[in-house]
Design a protein around this ligand. Structure first.
Ligand SMILES: *[C@@H]1O[C@H](CO)[C@@H](O)[C@H](O)[C@H]1NC(C)=O
Ligand SMILES: *[C@@H]1O[C@H](CO)[C@@H](O)[C@H](O)[C@H]1NC(C)=O
Length: 357
């Protein structure tokens, strides 16, 4: 079977029965990505309730199709009480609220799948892991389920020994998108947006290359209103045998160098070179080139249902070896750990350059 068909059939293997699910959150990503994914995958999910902070947002999101609508602290207590016989909570809240809701749901003995990142920082994540039996908690990092990265992982052995890699995640993020709104939760001082965005890239790198560690990072502010910084160049080392060195260039304030291969705001241009050639990977395309740069194989046009794949893996929980590992908190933890290192590495000789944009 070709690797793409294999990926699809693994991820779409039917669930034994639908779980009764409540969606916790009614923000854009909950409404546009999670709710449709839960509804379209009826072999795994029966959506029975939707909770939001306010009644208005809950009602607006649920479009009145047979869901129990809950809101505010009373509605949350009701959801945790077990009255609705919910088996799984899908928690998709602002980063500042995720940890409390995840902790309380786990304390109430409910199974939880929560949107990435696992937490704002590793100490918060550690606290959650302590209060939770890891068996009942999954973290939905959808980039670990993107078909292009899964295909790249399958193609990696064709390179022979891996020598080096470069990962470019540069984009000129317009100021008027919700992600960038200064009064939104992402850009708030405790919003930790670099964690929110950065774990995607680390998840993709770790999926394709295996464990990756930070060697050094230089950070820069091109738009000083984006705190704590918006641009960095990191040196990474993959624990391949032997170690492969790589660079990770990240910016929200630099134009993307290559055409978009997928709709949406963020992409990753990843090149991995080995003795036998190079893999050129983005979210939308994978290309294998020989040592002279000639294309030997290419697949493009991916637009994978990666949120649905991640949720399905969570629904099937421990019963599905490799896929269960992909949503295990440990993986999300390791993604966060690397981004946290980028944020915290002692600045030392790091040259901080600030200029008006
Ligand atoms: C982790 O995040 C929490 C919530 O923002 C904060 O209270 C705590 O100080 C942070 N811990 C570290 C070590 O940064
Ligand atoms: C690398 O290329 C050589 C020469 O073409 C070939 O013999 C070898 O099988 C290739 N290795 C891999 C891992 O494809």
């Amino acid at each position: 079977m070709n690797p793409l068909r294999q990926i699809e059939s693994d991820h779409l293997a039917p669930c034994s029965r639908p779980l009764r699910v409540a969606l916790v959150g009614a923000g854009a990503f909950a409404r546009k990505a999670h709710l449709p994914s839960l509804r379209e995958h009826a072999d795994c999910f029966e959506v029975v309730a939707l909770w939001s902070r306010t009644r208005a947002s809950a009602e607006a999101a649920a479009d009145a199709v047979g869901l129990a609508i809950l809101w505010g602290e009373d509605g949350w207590a009701d959801l945790l009480s077990g009255r609705l016989s919910v088996e799984l909570l899908d928690v998709v809240l602002p980063i500042q609220d995720q940890a409390r809701f995840v902790r309380q749901a786990l304390d109430a003995n409910l199974a939880v799948v929560s949107e990435k990142p696992i937490a704002r920082n590793t100490s918060e994540a550690q606290e959650l892991l302590r209060s939770a039996p890891s068996r009942g908690w999954w973290v939905a990092e959808n980039w670990r389920f993107e078909p292009a990265f899964l295909l790249a992982r399958a193609a990696l052995p064709a390179l022979g020994e891996v020598l080096s890699f470069s990962a470019s995640a540069q984009s000129l993020m317009p100021e008027d998108v919700p992600l960038m709104r200064p009064d939104g939760w992402r850009m708030a001082a405790d919003g930790n947006w670099i964690v929110d965005v950065g774990v995607h890239f680390v998840a993709a790198l770790r999926l394709v290359l295996g464990e990756v560690e930070l060697v050094h990072v230089v950070r820069q502010s091109l738009r000083p209103e984006l705190q704590p910084f918006d641009t960095f160049a990191a040196t990474l080392r993959a624990r391949t045998a032997p170690f492969a060195l790589g660079v990770w260039l990240f910016s929200l304030s630099v134009p993307k160098a290559t055409p978009r291969t997928i709709s949406g705001l963020s992409d990753l241009d990843l090149q991995i070179s080995g003795r036998n050639g190079t893999l050129v990977v983005s979210r939308g395309a994978v290309e294998l080139r020989d040592t002279d740069g000639r294309t030997r194989a290419a697949s493009r046009g991916f637009q994978g249902p990666s949120v649905a794949y991640a949720l399905r893996a969570a629904a099937r929980g421990g019963s599905f070896g490799a896929l269960a590992a992909a949503v295990a908190p440990l993986e999300a933890w390791k993604d966060l750990e690397l981004v946290e290192a980028v944020l915290q590495q002692d600045v030392g000789e790091d040259i901080r350059v600030t200029c008006a944009y």
